[in-house]
Every structure is written in C-alpha cells, then in structure tokens.
Design a protein around this ligand. Sequence first.
Ligand code: AQP
Length: 349
Amino acid sequence: MSAMVETAGTFGEAATRVFSGVQPTGHLTLGNYLGAVRQWVAREQHRADALFCVVDLHALTVDHDPARVRRLSRQAATLLLAAGLDPARCTVFVQSHVGEHTRLAYLMECTAGVGEMRRMVQYKEKAAREEAAGVRLSLLTYPALMAADILAYGTDEVPVGEDQAQHVELTRDLAERFNRRYGPVFVVPRATLPQVAARVMDLQDPRSKMGKSSAARNGGAGVIHLLDEADVVRRKVMRAVTDAGTDVVYDREARPGVANLLDVLAACQGDADPAGLAAAYGSYGTLKRDVADAVEEVLRPVRERHAELAADPGYVDGVLRAGAERARGLARPRVDAAYEAVGLLPVGA
Ligand code: AQP
C-alpha cells in the first residue's frame, strides 16, 4: 500500500508532479506573483511535470458578476503566459474545462468533516465578509474542491503562498484518510513556500495580506496589480504605510510596514536576504524609491507581454484547450480509481 501512496508512479508518471492555481476573483496582485507565480515560472516548469490552473470554480464561492469572472479568467490565463509559463514546458488550463475536478470534489466532501472545514482561516475571514450577501455553502466546502484539484493529478508538490498552506495541510489529511479507508489511490502532497515574500502584505495595512479582493474593500491603494502602470506602482509604493521609527530595520512584528517593503525588494532581487538589505538604507524614502524601481523592473516585461498576448486571444484559447485535454487525460484514471475504491459501480461493469 505505501509504495502506491508514496510514489506518483502508480499511474505511470515519472517526474515530480507539481500543481498550483490562481482564482479569478480579481486582478492578479504582486502578492500572487511574488508568493506563487514567479516560482512557477523560474523553477517549477523547468524541474517538474507542472500543471497550472485558473481555478474559476473557486471564484463562484463568493458573490460574483458572471461577465467579470469570465473576463478575469481569460486575463489570469493570459497573465500566467505573459509572466513566462511556457506551454511547451508545462500545462496551463482552466479548472471548469476539466470535469474530473468536480467529480472528485464530491468524494472529498464524503471524506472531510464539517468541523475541519469550519476551522479553515480563509473560510472564517471570507464568511465574515460575505455575511451581507449570504455565505454560500461552497465557501465552506471549497477546500474539498481544492483537495480534488491537487489529488486528481497525483501531485507531489504544491507551490503556494503562506495563506494556502492550511488548505494543503487539509489536502494531505484527506488523502491519507481516503487511502487508509479505501486503499492507496492518492499521492500525499506537500506545500512548498517561497524563501522570501511568502506573505506579501497590503501596503496600506501591513498587518493584512495583500489580496485581490482587498482592492475592492479599501480602494486598492495598498494593492499592486500586475497590470498597474509604472506611475501607479510608484504612487502606491511611495504612499505605503511605514512605522513610527525612522531607521530601516527588518522586524516583521514591530515594524511590519518596513519589513514588507524589504521582503518585496528582496523577492524582486531574486530572494536576497531582507534583513541584510535593511543595512543599506538610512531612510524610508530611499527604500521606497528602490522598491518602486525594483517592482517596476519585474512588472514591465509582464505588462508588455500581456498586451501582445491579449491581442491574440486565439493563441491563448489554443493553449487552454490543449492544456485541458492533457489535464483530463492525466486526471481521469485516478478519479476513476477513486470512484471504484469507494464502492461505486464502474461504467459498463
Ligand atoms: N499576499 C500574498 N502573498 C504571497 N502569496 C500570495 N498569494 C495570494 N496572495 C498572496 C498566493 O497566490 C496564489 C494564488 O492565490 P489565490 O488566487 O488563491 O488567492 P488570493 O489572491 O488571495 O485571492 P482571494 O482569496 O480571492 O483574495 P482575497 O484573499 O483578497 O479575498 C496562491 O498560491 C496564494 O497563496
């Protein structure tokens, strides 16, 4: 049993399998880029059999505008390619194009308990926000769908930012529980976090995560979007909330605003040591100028490539079509095996 569970080889895969995704709940942020996408581009697609997904079904767990979700899904896919995901090296697709995700999500709901779903920090935070519009049942069960996203592919590693680590832990628990109850179907995955900037904070509220939806809540002054123009990036960085002191030191607890700027600078400079960078600065002003320059260096090529790709939607559609086809082929045998393991009658049996 353990040999089947521990290796992805059961279903014929050889390389390390990596899966991760991004929700089209808003415009992609610098947090998404530094916490997740840059690793996918620089590392994962070169070393692993990697799948990257626009997880559009997750965007339906909160109050949403259908036309906006559709637009943001295309934009997110285009941005992933613009950031450097190469369809010749990795699989890029849209979650709702591959029915295996929802097929398996039901089995995950049958494996998970209500209590563990309610304990998810993201559920508590978003449920509080959604109270006025009505909290959707899918917001509670969303981690079961996320577990399905990951487990369907025999995923070994899930490169995410810190905010998603709890959901990956839950996915591990569900995989182990399922395997124990019904036999060895799933690989038990693990989260991999970036060395620096695993949790980029809101520039106006450095004790809160920089999130896509915080833009809607506080005007977006603390959120840098990947498609922000250079002057907008500069303005947001220069107005970032810093701390009471004047000296530049790296202290995430006592000086979260400055620490966040140092994290962003360090990540933009290829994972430099943020505490070490602090020593080079005598004032917040010079630090902010360097952060604005560094962020713009990173974002300019993404913005320019996005403009080119957005002018050729047929190309992006083709990438997504081929990606979904490959993803379907990879997921189906394992999802079929899971259906059989829980006692469902195979088709045509
Ligand atoms: N601030 C962040 N710092 C580091 N990593 C981050 N990620 C998200 N925000 C940060 C990572 O980006 C990947 C995709 O994220 P997502 O689309 O699942 O989540 P989101 O951007 O946080 O979108 P939400 O949940 O719709 O927004 P909010 O929270 O504002 O309501 C993930 O790997 C994530 O860890």
